[in-house]
Design a protein around this ligand. Structure first.
Ligand SMILES: C[S@@+](CC[C@H](N)C(=O)[O-])C[C@H]1O[C@@H](n2cnc3c(N)ncnc32)[C@H](O)[C@@H]1O
Length: 201
């Protein structure tokens, strides 16, 4: 699902970018480390803040990044125009039907997108498909605990409650597809958010 106008404003602002750079990236790096010179996919890249983090903080050589919303991709293209085409590929796409070959990435990043997808299990399956064995899945996700809150229910648009997941359900689904998380996951803000790294077996 695309974001509504309120969530777009919440996502596309300097406070969100600062949180992503200073807090989420630091925690993800602590849990999963860097991958200098590697090839990385970002699903639901929004306006490209995460893509820049993947290059700068994690040392990726090449990044492919896509989003369902063409307007987000336009913004990302403008923000990331300093990267040459052999290092960055941006396109409009759907995380439940990723247009990339099997086992073609060393890492996949999800900065808060899978909870926007009703058939989110299909997105997990696609992440597992495109990761090479030993590749890593870096995720930051919003749980059912957050999505049931008054603020989310009143101002934001998300799939209906039967499509929400908690930490356990998310980890079980990852592991069903061969992405092993183990202790590499933390809950934040009373369980509203989960941040972790899984390894493709
Ligand atoms: C909460 S925003 C996060 C954006 C960005 N990753 C960030 O952290 O700033 C969720 C993003 O996922 C995108 N999205 C939603 N469903 C999607 C899907 N099925 N495939 C790809 N992107 C999707 C939305 O358009 C939106 O840009």
């Amino acid at each position: 699902m695309k974001l509504n106008a309120i969530e777009k404003a919440l996502m596309n602002n300097p406070a969100r970018a600062a949180l992503q750079r200073r807090y989420e990236a630091t925690l993800l790096q602590r849990l999963g480390g860097r991958f200098d010179g590697k090839r990385v996919l970002e699903i639901g890249c929004g306006r490209g803040v995460g893509t820049e983090i993947i290059f700068q903080r994690f040392g990726a050589h090449e990044v492919h990044a896509f989003d369902l919303d063409p307007d987000m991709i336009d913004q990302a293209r403008r923000a990331l125009s300093h990267y040459p085409p052999h290092r960055l590929t941006l396109y409009t796409g759907d995380a439940t039907a990723v247009k990339e070959p099997d086992a073609s990435f060393d890492a996949v990043f999800d900065f808060g997108i899978i909870h926007h997808i009703p058939n989110w299990q299909d997105a997990v399956s696609e992440v597992a498909r495109v990761l090479r064995p030993g590749g890593k899945f870096y995720f930051e996700e919003v749980t059912s605990h957050a999505l049931g809150r008054w603020f989310y229910q009143t101002f934001l648009e998300h799939p209906q409650s039967q499509y929400w997941f908690n930490k356990k359900q998310f980890v079980v689904e990852l592991e069903r597809h061969g992405i092993l998380v183990g202790p590499n996951i933390v809950e934040r803000f009373f369980g509203d958010f989960i941040i972790g790294v899984g390894h493709r077996s």
